[in-house]
Structure formats: C-alpha cells, structure tokens
Design a protein around this ligand. Structure first.
Ligand SMILES: [Zn+2]
Length: 74
C-alpha cells in the first residue's frame, strides 16, 4: 500500500518544507478560519440536500396517502 502525504495546504496552496511546518500552519488563525468557513459551506450544502430530500419525501407521502384513500373507496 502506498502512502502519500501532501505538504501543500489547500487553504492557501502553499508548499510547506516539512510535516512539522505544515502542522504549525494548521494551528494558525488564517488556516483555522478557512477550515471553519469550509465546514460551514459543507454543512450548508448538506442542509440544502436534506431539505430537498425531505420535500421530495413529503410530496411522495401525500401521493401515497391519496392512492391509499382511492383504494379504500373502491
Ligand atoms: Zn492551511
């Protein structure tokens, strides 16, 4: 198994000389803020997807309830 490790941080695209300097950068304010913004964006995307899914399931539920009601009338 090949293990690869990038010393480039995606927050700024900079190449760090070692894992230690990259780790130190990860503790910097700029990186932490970038990470929080990224987490916020990821959560917003997840919320939107779940809201869409919820809306779809609600519409499907209404449709199925209508079908069940129609079947009871027959
Ligand atoms: Zn960074």
């Amino acid at each position: 198994m090949e293990i690869s490790f990038s010393l480039v941080c995606p927050c700024n695209g900079k190449l760090y000389k070692s894992a230690a300097t990259l780790k130190a950068h990860h503790k910097s304010q700029g990186h932490i803020i970038w990470e929080q913004n990224k987490d916020q964006k990821d959560l917003t995307v997840k919320i939107n997807r779940l809201e869409n899914e919820n809306g779809h399931l609600r519409r499907l539920n209404i449709l199925l309830m209508e079908k069940i009601s129609e079947m009871k009338l027959i």
